[in-house]
Write a protein that binds this ligand. Structure first.
Ligand code: PRP
Length: 215
């Protein structure tokens, strides 16, 4: 039996995803060791390998076939634009991609002026402003704490993930426009889908049943 390799986006999502996989009998005891510095984990019995990677890198591993399956947020899938199959919405890690800023920026945004948009997601921001809103904006790439940008005057608005809305509220910002809903997705390498069709579709169907039960 060939190994099937699953890449998980590091962090909250990985824990939740492993919990869900356990429900269909896919476990990995090795991965639960808290102090381990190991990067790759194996379940010999099931012929599975798991690894944790930076979310942005998960689509890269899957497109190149270094991982057969990936579990990653829709935000990363949209931003990376990799060639792979998105096969299942895991209905977890739900949040929204939004344009946010101070209330005072609402008018600027609606008037279609040349505003600055700070974001960790330049491709999503470009697509939204250029292709959907047909508005020219200046996009400024940041790597985290995006909410700082309008507060310190780096940009008028931001494009970022909003989950509870607490970060925005606590910093005097608000959602100005919603771009799209987000959640964790299962993605599959295009060749693996053919070569390991039975095992991979078995997994997809198992997870689909878990999702239906949870409704
Ligand atoms: C994300 C996002 C927001 C925050 C939204 O940041 O970029 O800042 O979570 O969550 P909320 O609506 O529940 O407040 P993350 O914690 O991933 O860190 P980052 O700022 O480094 O991107």
């Amino acid at each position: 039996m060939n190994y099937i390799t699953i890449a998980l986006a590091k962090g909250r999502l990985a824990k939740k995803a492993m919990g869900m996989l356990e429900e269909i009998g896919i476990t990995c005891e090795e991965m639960k060791e808290p102090d381990s510095r190991k990067l790759i984990f194996t379940n010999e019995k099931l012929g599975l390998k798991f690894f944790l990677a930076k979310a942005n890198d998960v689509p890269t591993y899957v497109e190149y076939g270094a991982a057969d399956i990936g579990i990653v947020g829709k935000d990363t899938i949209l931003e990376e634009g990799r060639k792979m199959y998105e096969v299942l919405d895991l209905n977890m890690g739900k949040c929204r991609m939004c344009v946010a800023g101070p209330e005072s920026a609402r008018e600027l945004l609606q008037n279609g002026g040349l505003i600055r948009v700070a974001t960790k997601y330049p491709n999503i921001a470009k697509d939204y402003f250029y292709n959907k809103r047909h508005q020219t904006v200046e996009i400024i790439k940041l790597n985290g704490s995006i909410e700082l940008a309008p507060i310190v005057g780096l940009s008028e608005v931001i494009v970022d993930i909003v989950e509870t809305g607490a970060t925005l509220r606590e910093n005097g910002l608000a959602v100005l426009e919603e771009i799209c809903p987000l959640s964790a997705r299962m993605v599959v390498n295009q060749v693996s889908m053919k070569m390991e069709h039975e095992r991979i579709t078995g997994m997809i169907n198992g997870l689909r049943e878990v999702l239906l039960k949870g409704r």
